[in-house]
Unconditional design. Structure first.
Length: 220
């Protein structure tokens, strides 16, 4: 158990993992080009139009990852208004509750059994789905959502987002930006205790999931 006062210490030193723009000068030039022919001239090779998800350094299932093909990682997407992502969830792994401030999110299951939870705003109900292969759900722009692998095997999903600059904000990690007295008040007043043993770093997107699943699968 971790008191609200200790949240700041638990989060201290965390580095938030985000997509790093691989070629800022090219992306800036593509963004400001007057017409598509100008952009095509700056992407002259067939290799400029191919993205290999498995070749990305953050592609993994331990505990998992979100690999984005967007303006930062693949300049060919500039002005095409879409991010494609592969979501890898190792056994019992999950994506922690988060939202995308600039994109709606369509998610299709490729393998495994993934439970999703989504809530849009105050007063809205929680929408729960169990995604097995070829089933799909949507998380509207700004909605809080999370995805949980229920099984002892890997899950993989394809994610399409309606922007090349979606933004991702993990809710628990974001608490570190709030003053401690404000955070205490939000959780019911001074001395309140939260059921957080450890707040994971954002890392490559995924974290270890529920203790019940971890125990059932014999995972530490």
């Amino acid at each position: 158990m971790l008191s609200v006062k200790l949240i700041g210490l638990a989060l201290a030193g965390i580095t938030i993992a985000v997509d790093v723009t691989k070629n800022p000068a090219l992306v800036a030039s593509l963004t400001t080009s007057a017409q598509q022919l100008d952009r095509l001239a700056q992407l002259p090779h067939d290799s400029d139009w191919l993205f290999d998800f498995e070749a990305q350094t953050n592609y993994n299932f331990a505990p998992g990852s979100v690999v984005n093909a967007n303006a930062a990682t693949w300049p060919a997407t500039v002005d095409n208004e879409l991010t494609m992502a592969i979501i890898n969830l190792g056994p019992c792994s999950m994506l922690p509750p988060h939202f995308h401030p600039r994109a709606s999110n369509y998610v299709v299951s490729i393998s495994g059994n993934t439970t999703t939870y989504m809530i849009e705003e105050n007063g809205a109900r929680i929408v729960t789905q169990n995604l097995t292969p070829m089933k799909m759900t949507i998380f509207p722009r700004g909605s809080i959502h999370t995805m949980v692998n229920n099984d002892c095997t890997n899950s993989q999903l394809v994610s399409a987002l309606s922007s090349t600059d979606t933004g991702t904000s993990n809710l628990v990690n974001g608490l570190s930006a709030l003053p401690q007295n404000v955070l205490e008040a939000a959780f019911g007043g001074p001395g309140q205790v939260l059921s957080f043993n450890k707040i994971p770093d954002v890392g490559t997107g995924a974290i270890h999931g529920t203790k019940e699943c971890m125990k059932a699968c014999g995972l530490n």
